[in-house]
Design a protein around this ligand. Structure first.
Ligand SMILES: Cc1cc2nc3c(=O)[nH]c(=O)nc-3n(C[C@H](O)[C@H](O)[C@H](O)COP(=O)(O)OP(=O)(O)OC[C@H]3O[C@@H](n4cnc5c(N)ncnc54)[C@H](O)[C@@H]3O)c2cc1C
Length: 562
């Protein structure tokens, strides 16, 4: 049975950063990923990572922008930590070999991003996540004596002892279907977001909310699940992302009448207002008939000098050409708001500790909360690194002071039975893919940029019905070698749990704040709703709602304009 001081589930940026910091602290580490680590979704991150590193910038300014961007729902103590530690993370990466852009004077160069009062986004063209992930992976390999990598292993369940402490997880080797208990003193979930709950989404097929659901199922609190970010610039149909870096470089948004409409919605920031503001503006233009017939508005990247686009935005040049048939250096491209990121997640403190003893969470799976109601672009990579590092260090320090738990290998038997039951389901019923599509389309219709009670109730009813259908949906592959059918069935269960908590949170919050825009409850209501919504499942498959205060350190809520 693999036994380690620290078990890390997920090998994206949060997981890899946590692994390195746990190893630096002297712990033995296992890092598990359902795909090869460099295929983790962090590889798709494009536009960059924020830090107040320029001498004329300050971490306080970065922190205020983040608090304001969060619509005052972010916890200011955690935001202060993130913004203070940001410059060190950039330098750490640069010293490891990340080839950040350099300006004409040879210094690290920045680009502007939405909701920021200074250009503080560090980047590698529009492949920033790719560049960082590969460099961190080299470091994992370099530390292979301390860090065991379990690549293409799928975690199915978290384990607890009789006192409720997390003692590791059950994982399935995708190559042959074997199940193993992974015994660990401390466990860090770094399994990413839940974009596939929506259709379309900018997120890849592997982003299915596994860790959020696994933690929820053993009683961990989730927080602010209703806060789902719609990114302003995604391609119609397939949801592919056109990075905010394009607007940072100077691209304009135009409606079908050729008007630069952001002047009306954000007269000081235009296209570089925060994402919730820009997405709502676009959706309003589309809903009021000023969009194009395909339900889009246009992003005009021809405002950026062609040479600069080819140098700094080359991936979206390829995306425009290959997926929309548009040369973005010569003509505007049609875009619309699309599901992109989940601000909510497993409730943690600023060392990554969840409400389950010895279980940590970091990265998009977690809600620290530094993003509150709306994440600023380029603050997520920062979140993964700062809180990945802190979780790894804290989990290692705790692990080094305690004995190894003694989990019985027979704990796999329940999971074995569940998987056998999925394999043996009789033919008939709906296909997994059909259920997943209905889920995604439902969420995208009723739990999107604008929401109301009627739509949310409808979404809840549909999710409950889909849960029943998913419980009997048959699969075709009954083999053990790379059986993605059985994994899809398990992931569908996770997605449905996550979807239900999003809908329940959205029904509960009766106000407009950040990404939660309730047209039936206009306006932000600080008196009643300046608080987090916590959701847990205790025993039955019914979400229980409770509330917790928002931490305010130095910035009192104000009216939010851009
Ligand atoms: C297209 C796109 C562009 C973006 N651009 C930016 C940007 O420029 N700047 C920015 O700040 N943010 C950006 N983001 C957001 C940011 O990339 C993500 O929030 C961040 O990378 C998430 O990192 P993570 O480590 O938490 O998770 P991920 O990178 O998603 O990693 C999750 C890991 O968990 C593993 N895993 C999941 N479930 C299981 C399981 N059951 N068993 C075993 N392993 C499992 C996966 O294999 C993977 O290794 C972008 C997002 C998208 C979609």
């Amino acid at each position: 049975m693999p036994s380690h001081d620290v078990l890390i589930i997920g090998a994206g940026l949060a997981g890899q950063r946590a692994a390195l910091s746990a190893a630096e602290a002297g712990a033995s580490v296992a890092i598990v990923s359902k795909v090869h680590p460099v295929r983790s979704h962090s590889v798709a991150a494009a536009g960059g990572i924020n830090a107040a590193l320029n001498p004329e910038d300050t971490w306080e300014s970065h922190a205020f922008d983040t608090v304001k961007g969060s619509d005052y729902l972010g916890d200011q103590d955690a935001i202060e930590i993130m913004c203070r530690e940001a410059p060190d993370q950039i330098l750490y990466l640069e010293h490891l070999g990340v080839t950040f852009h350099r300006n004409e004077t040879g210094h690290l160069g920045t680009r502007a991003f939405g909701g920021a009062s200074a250009a503080r986004t560090y980047y590698v063209a529009d492949i920033t996540g790719h560049a960082i992930l590969h460099v961190l992976y080299e470091q994992l390999m370099k530390r292979s004596e301390q860090i065991d990598r379990y690549e293409e292993w799928f975690t199915t369940d978290l384990l607890q002892d009789d006192e409720g402490r997390c003692t590791g997880a059950i994982c399935r080797d995708l190559r042959n279907g074997a199940l193993e208990v992974f015994n660990a003193k401390t466990t860090i979930l770094a399994s990413g977001g839940a974009g596939q709950v929506y259709k379309p989404t900018t997120n890849g097929l592997i982003v299915t909310g596994d860790g959020i659901a696994q933690a929820y199922r053993i009683g961990a609190k989730l927080m602010d699940m209703e806060m789902v970010q719609y990114h302003p610039t995604t391609l119609a149909g397939n949801g592919l992302l056109i990075t905010e870096g394009a607007r940072g470089e100077g691209a304009w948004l135009l409606n079908a009448e050729g008007d630069r409409f952001m002047e009306t919605y954000a007269p000081n920031k235009f296209e570089l207002a925060s994402r919730d503001v820009v997405s709502r503006a676009e959706q309003t233009e589309i809903n009021e008939g000023r969009g194009f017939p395909d339900g889009t508005v246009a992003l005009d990247i021809t405002k950026v000098p062609r040479r600069r686009t080819l140098e700094a935005l080359r991936e979206i040049v390829n995306i425009g050409r290959d997926f929309a048939g548009v040369d973005i250096t010569r003509e505007p491209i049609h875009i619309r708001p699309g599901m992109h990121y989940i601000m909510g997640g497993i409730k943690t403190d600023s060392d990554g500790e969840t409400t389950i003893s010895h279980l940590y969470a970091a990265g998009e799976v977690a809600c620290v909360s530094v993003h509150g109601g709306n994440r600023l672009g380029a603050n997520s990579l920062l979140d993964t690194l700062v809180f990945g590092r802190r979780s790894g260090a804290h989990a290692a320090a705790r692990a080094l002071q305690m004995p190894m738990p003694s989990t019985n290998a027979s704990r796999v038997s329940d999971t074995e039975k569940q998987i056998a039951a999925i394999m043996n389901r009789p033919e008939g019923g709906r296909r997994i893919g059909a259920i997943k599509n209905e889920l995604g389309e439902t969420m995208n219709e009723y739990v999107a940029v604008f929401r109301d009670e009627e739509g949310l109730q409808k979404a809840h009813e549909i999710v409950r019905r889909l849960k029943e259908e998913a419980a009997v949906a048959a699969i075709d592959d009954r083999g053990s070698v790379f059986n993605q059918d059985v994994i899809a069935a398990i992931e569908l269960g996770y997605m449905l749990d996550v979807a239900e908590t999003i809908v329940v949170g959205a029904l509960e919050r009766r106000e407009c704040r950040g990404a939660q825009w309730r047209i039936d409850y206009p306006g932000r209501n600080d008196e009643e709703w300046l608080k987090h919504i916590d959701i847990s499942m205790n025993g039955a498959d019914v979400p229980q709602v409770s509330f917790s205060p928002v931490t305010i350190t130095r910035w009192q809520p104000e009216e939010r304009t851009y």
